[in-house]
Write a protein that binds this ligand. Structure first.
Ligand SMILES: [Zn+2]
Length: 632
């Protein structure tokens, strides 16, 4: 599982007492052959040899070979056309701007502009080394969303042209029915607001390049243009230059052509959600970007079992990521002492990978199985940002439109008994957290029945989003279920070792997945996808407040670099809302302490006590104001 931001910050603030351990004394062999092979799987994946399966280690390839070998032995066919189990892709580990970099605008007559690199514009991290030259077209927010009946590109031909667009989506920060995208979870942006979605849309329309300007909300007073580094690693680069440009540069062009200003265009779109796109006749841009990247080649491991009968063209995906954080040079929760030590990642996520291989053996042994196809995916680069599942969803090997459900296992090795009922009268049961029960029709009942069958104490959550690979499928509108036995003190530390794994518990969860899968591969009609507005939370986190102190209930914009903490969202009913804070406010001081950055804000909050009333100084539309907040 990826470190959710809150956990990461808790870790930064926490003083960690670390007892290092190495997996020396193996667990005793089991008499049961299934338990014994699962024990062997997890001890292998979490061995010294696999080096913590960091994407920058040799060990991860040893692990990938092991999974592929097991898939083959189980009777799974390679999913790639070339007969391989490996779906390769690239993750960028580091990237910086090189030379040359240039950007020029020319207009009617002799009009010419030469914006300054760094001051007026910057290439965004999505940009590869590339050039673009072409006519300028304003495309509103650059959104093409058939499901919302909104298309900034309607009636335009942008092939070979450079599109100019606003950041985010219309009506940013609005709630309820006024939202632009009523299908987005409450408190989350529309998927169409994401830079990646906008780039995908422009590329699909064969544009030659993108110029992005801040929307009014992100511009604030200073109109910060972000930094190249913000999106430079991990992401798949765009096929062309993507430039972040100051509003003033574009507004000058709009004024010269007697067109509406950016502010007016934005207001017009937001008013009634009607696009305001047009060609900036006579204006051309010429851009060149040079990037020096360090890329890593990684791979998902994918095996397939075809079904038979009328449902055989449809797919159910079962997945688990097999990568971890390697030697903890990044992604470790163990602090300085843990750096350079193998982070074995037994629970995270050798456990899910072991479950995946066991399910492959079970279904692989069935002859003439009727029903849907099952695709087994061991994802890579999950810990760096869900990149394996994002890649699969971008280049699926079986059509996503006919992928009826995805089940994800991430950290299923720490099942521990809890009271089976409130009073504990009926004994103890292993606990399992199941997410995504709201994402598919009938999932609540399916999960509930399976829980009873396998005598598990379930915590169910509706959310389809979250810090693991099912998130990528949910965002493609596929019903998902995500299984997790909970967090623990060894999370992302060298002490997440196989000796601490509950192997029979892990088997029980694999059996539970089998019950879900049996239903999903044979039910007559695919479960209908449903959007869930509940955000992801972790019911097993024993310290929801952590060392961060009381919480205000705000969501900062982490890309804002204008000084202060820009609020991207305010939780309804939270402390901040009660104190009168609003989206777009910039917090500059907490209880007398200046908060120039999110980190400064967090350390200021960490020393506050619930029950006290503090002053919060914010900037709202250029005015400073002091608000009183009663902490809870
Ligand atoms: Zn993890």
């Amino acid at each position: 599982m990826r470190v959710p931001f809150r956990t990461l910050s808790a870790i930064v603030a926490a003083v960690t007492m670390l007892a290092l351990a190495t997996p020396s004394s193996a667990q005793k062999p089991f008499d049961d052959p299934v338990l014994e092979r699962m024990r062997k799987d997890i001890f292998f994946l979490a061995s010294e040899e696999c080096e913590g399966r960091g994407i920058d280690t040799k060990g991860i390839n040893i692990a990938a070979d092991y999974v592929a070998k097991m898939f083959k032995a189980a009777g799974l066919k390679p999913a790639m056309k070339d007969g391989s189990y490996f779906q390769p892709f690239t993750v960028t580990m580091s990237a910086k701007l090189g030379k040359p970099i240039s950007f020029a605008l020319t207009g009617p007559g002799d009009a010419k502009k030469q914006p300054q690199l760094g001051g007026d514009y910057t290439p965004m991290g999505f940009s590869p080394t590339s050039k673009a030259k072409g006519d300028l077209v304003f495309v509103g927010y650059g959104i093409s969303a058939p499901n919302l009946k909104y298309d900034d590109y309607a009636g335009l031909d942008v092939e070979g042209k450079i599109v100019v667009m606003l950041r985010r989506a219309p009506r940013y920060g609005e709630k309820g029915d006024k939202k632009f995208d009523t299908t987005a979870p409450e408190g989350e942006d529309s998927i169409h607001a994401a830079f990646a979605t906008k780039i995908e849309a422009a590329a699909a329309k064969k544009a030659a390049g993108i110029i992005i300007v801040n929307d009014i909300g992100s511009a604030g007073r200073l109109d910060p243009i972000g930094q190249y580094a913000n999106h430079a690693t991990g992401t798949t680069p765009a096929p062309f230059p993507v430039l972040f440009v100051k509003r003033a540069v574009i507004d000058e062009i709009l004024t010269a052509g007697k067109w509406k200003s950016l502010t007016e265009l934005e207001a017009a779109i937001n008013e009634n959600l009607k696009p305001q796109s047009f060609e900036l006749k006579g204006w051309k841009a010429d851009a060149e970007v040079t990037v020096e990247r360090t890329d890593l080649k990684v791979k998902n491991v994918i095996g397939v079992l075809e079904g038979a009968g009328p449902l055989k063209d449809e797919t159910v995906v079962i997945g688990a990521h097999y990568d971890h954080v390697g030697f903890g040079m990044w992604g470790s929760a163990g602090g300085k002492d843990a750096r350079g030590k193998i982070h074995y990642g037994a629970d995270d996520n050798a456990s899910g990978t072991t479950g995946l291989m066991e399910l492959a053996r079970h279904y692989g042994a069935m002859k003439n199985r009727q029903g849907r196809r099952i695709v087994f995916i061991a994802f890579s680069a999950e810990e760096k940002g869900l990149f394996g599942s994002i890649h699969y969803c971008k280049e699926p090997l079986f059509p996503l439109e006919k992928t009826v459900a995805m089940i994800n296992m991430d950290m299923i090795g720490r099942a521990k008994p809890v009271r089976g009922d409130w009073l504990g009268l009926f004994g103890m049961k292993d606990r399992l957290v199941v997410y995504g029960t709201g994402t598919g029709e009938g999932f609540e009942k399916l999960v509930d029945t399976a829980g009873k069958k396998h005598n598990l104490k379930l915590s169910t959550l509706k959310a389809g989003t979250g810090p693991s690979d099912h998130d990528s499928f949910y965002r493609k509108r596929i019903p998902v279920l995500f299984l997790y036995t909970g967090t623990h003190n060894e999370y992302h530390k060298p002490t997440d070792i196989p000796e601490k794994i509950n192997v029979p518990g892990m088997k029980k969860i694999a059996d539970f997945v089998q019950t879900l899968t049996d239903d999903l591969i044979t039910r007559d009609s695919a479960p209908k996808f449903a959007v869930v507005r509940d955000p992801w939370t972790d019911p097993t986190d024993p310290r929801p407040r952590g060392p961060m102190g009381p919480r205000l209930g705000i969501r900062p914009d982490y890309t804002y670099e204008g000084g202060g903490v820009l609020l991207e969202g305010v939780t309804p009913g939270g402390v901040a809302e009660k104190a009168g804070l609003k989206d777009g406010d910039i917090i500059v001081e907490i209880a007398g302490k200046p908060t120039p950055t999110v980190v400064a804000y967090m350390s200021a909050m960490a020393t506050q006590k619930p029950g006290t009333t503090i002053d919060i100084v914010v900037e709202r539309k250029g005015n400073k104001m002091t608000l009183k907040a009663k902490l809870e």
